[in-house]
Design a protein around this ligand. Sequence first.
Ligand code: TV1
Ligand code: CA
Ligand code: ZN
Length: 332
Amino acid sequence: NEPLQGIPKAKIAYFFNPSVASFDLGDDHAMKPARVAIADALIEGYALYRKMGVFASLWHSDWGYCLFHRMLKLAFNGNVTPELATSAWGPYLDQFGLDAGNDEEKSDCPVFNGVYKWCQHFSGVSVEAGRMLTEGNADIAINYAGGIHHARRSSASGFCYINDIVLATLELLRMFPRVLYVDIDVHHGDGVQVLTEHDCYESTYFNGKFFPTTGSKRETGLRQGEGFSVNIPLDDHIRDGPYFETFCEVMDLVMTHCQPSAIVVQTGADSIAGDKLGTFNLSIRGHGRCIEYLKTRNLPMLVLGGGGYTIANVARAWTYECGLLNDAILTD
Ligand code: TV1
Ligand code: CA
Ligand code: ZN
């Protein structure tokens, strides 16, 4: 696993904003933004900061809302709060996929304190990370706070209120004619799929019952994107061997067919064994092999986070993969 002689190392821009740790969707909510801070602490602890350009991005941006989303900005002008959600704005929440977050029922997309800031933060950073690539200032840009793949243009879904992946991909498409999106989160990346008619797309997991229930093999792209999407339904409890065999087989074909000029990868860690929501049996090493595979293509690459609900696994996986991207093999 030594880096090949003579091949220059990739220039990596790593983004982290410590304020992620302060966002809280609710005590018992599965999505914990703070896991990104734990991953970051481990990444720093393994001395990976010394190998990358580190951007403690404090940038908050409304771009996302201007470019693409209507929901929170236009509907609520960013002022949505739990108090307003239970009073004046109550009747309008439903159409935007939001929930007042009453204790009685577990809701995927509650209006929590700071929801708008959280979205501004990670989506602004994903776009900024994308810009590092379009401006040629890095070969790989990383934002583990992003990768929030279910959000639709006008509605929240599955813990996702704003689709930073689509926003960052739009930024990449300004420079790169074809962007390949790869999604190894256990859930199907439905919000990205519906918005990427011209791009390649790959996702894992389909089962008519598992959230969000989309992502069958027959969904292969629309109009000018027909034939440029691929969904790979996989079985529960799938292990490293069969998973990576399928991944390679499909990706080899995708690479030839699509000839991408840049890659966006959503590295949701809920496909790792022992996840609170996920049902796959991948090891961290197995999950990481997908990242290794993509890295060897030597294309500008935006690496985003995603799901991941067993926090120690998330932090370990993203640290291990951040190591791989930096040509370092980390061990326990
Ligand atoms: C509050 C508190 C919400 C505890 C939601 C699991 C909770 C879930 C919770 C949960 C949970 C889902 C559905 C609900 C069908 C809907 C970031 C009836 C222990 C990218 C999103 C999964 C995954 C949504 C996001 C899913 C991602 N599963 N505890 N909610 N409706 N929603 O099934 O892809 O990882 O589980
Ligand atoms: Ca997926
Ligand atoms: Zn997921």
